[in-house]
Design a binder for this molecule. Structure first.
Ligand SMILES: [Zn+2]
Length: 110
């Protein structure tokens, strides 16, 4: 599956965990091999860090760490920066390379 979403894009969650559905956020990481992305503020997970004993017997940084979990690209839609609607994109190629075009307003996204 070709990932048409890039770092810095805004996406809307169209399926997946209910509390995140309809949320919008900026893409902060893209993992094309997995077909997954990380979106700021979406799919927040909490990692419980175990207390670590150092050789001196001291504990370092026990506690919880919150982070954004990966989500599959099929659960999101790119939000077009021109019309502000979540939409599918076509990829058009010309001599300058590949451009993404919004299917709703036909605007060239980049
Ligand atoms: Zn558009």
């Amino acid at each position: 599956m070709r990932v048409k979403i890039r770092k810095g894009d805004t996406v809307e969650i169209i399926s997946g965990r209910l509390e995140d559905k309809g949320k919008r956020g900026e893409v902060i990481n893209v993992l094309p091999d997995e077909g997954r992305i990380v979106v700021q503020g979406v799919n927040i997970r909490t990692k419980h860090q175990r207390q670590v004993q150092t050789q001196a017997g001291r504990q370092i940084n026990p506690g919880r760490i919150q982070f954004e979990g990966k989500i599959h690209v099929s659960n999101v839609m790119l939000v077009c920066p021109k019309c502000g609607e979540p939409s599918r994109v076509n990829v058009q190629r010309d001599e300058e390379g590949a451009h993404r075009v919004c299917k709703k307003c036909q605007a060239m996204i980049d």
